[in-house]
Ligand binder design. Structure first.
Ligand code: 2AM
Ligand code: CA
Length: 265
């Protein structure tokens, strides 16, 4: 199996780098920007074109594989049977539109619901994180060093300030206490990059209350190979078919945060 996963990773990597080059080209010209569910939920023609690029590559080369992407280029996925590619063509679209940096392409390849390949490409910083199940996790082809599991007071957490000012969710009090107790908070604006940063020991945890499978499918494979955990905030397994909350974290810190800050609310 590992050979097959490694060959899928090689192909996915060629496409992700090619897609990154197309995005950099697209940035040289004006592009259409729309909003989706709310005015701050942005999508551009570059998101759609990049998703279509992956969809057509996958269908041409692996006609029996399934596809799930953010922009709905493929029809809705009903199950995780067989091999499924879960693609976020641009994770951090708001950064893409406003900053032209700090966005990524995320690809997760799942077999019968199990993550086997994960890729997160920070396009403008030229950082490609990849992992193959049982083969470890790499940054630009160099193995990442083992993560350090720190205490809360020494930890830097990836946390968007939105989750601290809105008080209509049950985790609010716990998250405010967590932000007070940790060493510092950061928000980069791309869930996939923030998950990769946990795997690379640049962050100790990343927490979000509302993400979709394409936001975390690639990062979850990186984290598993880095010996970290990625679950919902209640500690339950992430769904690759439904939206939900997420904590990506070093293993002991995960236990502490879920038990002492999230379950107690
Ligand atoms: P996106 O750029 O692909 O939409 C920003 O904090 C992170 O949350 C990004 O990874 C962003 O992914 C994700 N996200 C998920 N749902 C979102 C929404 N409704 N609005 C903005 N960001 C969202
Ligand atoms: Ca996106």
């Amino acid at each position: 199996m590992t050979e097959r996963w490694m060959s899928l990773e090689r192909v996915a990597r060629l496409w992700i780098v090619e897609a990154g080059d197309l995005i950099k080209e697209a940035l040289k010209n004006p592009f259409d920007i729309d909003s989706k569910s709310d005015p701050d939920d942005l999508v551009t023609e570059v998101d759609r074109n990049t998703e279509a690029f992956f969809y057509h590559k996958i269908k041409e080369n692996f006609p029996d594989h399934q596809f799930l992407g953010e922009e709905g280029v493929a029809k809705e996925l009903q199950s995780l049977k067989g091999t499924v590619w879960i693609v976020d063509p641009i994770d951090g679209t708001m950064n893409f539109v406003h900053q032209q940096v700090n966005f990524s392409i995320s690809v997760g390849i799942y077999e019968e619901g199990k993550g086997v390949v994960g890729l997160v490409y920070d396009v403008m910083n030229g950082e490609l994180f990849h992992a193959v199940r049982d083969r470890g996790v790499f940054l630009n082809d160099r193995p990442l060093k083992q993560v350090t599991d720190r205490s809360i007071s020494e930890s830097i957490l990836g946390l968007n300030a939105n989750w601290l000012v809105e008080d209509h969710h049950q985790e609010h009090e716990g998250l405010v206490r967590l932000a007070q107790d940790c060493r510092g908070t950061r928000s980069y604006g791309s869930a996939a990059i923030e998950m990769a940063y946990v795997a690379a020991d640049r962050l100790d945890a990343y927490i979000s209350l509302r993400l979709s499978p394409w936001d975390y499918a690639g990062g979850a494979v990186l984290l598993e190979e880095a010996g970290c955990k990625a679950t919902r905030l209640d500690g339950e397994e992430l769904s690759m078919l439904e939206k939900g909350s997420m904590i990506a974290c070093k293993p002991e810190l995960h236990t502490t945060i879920v038990a002492d800050y999230l379950e107690k609310g």
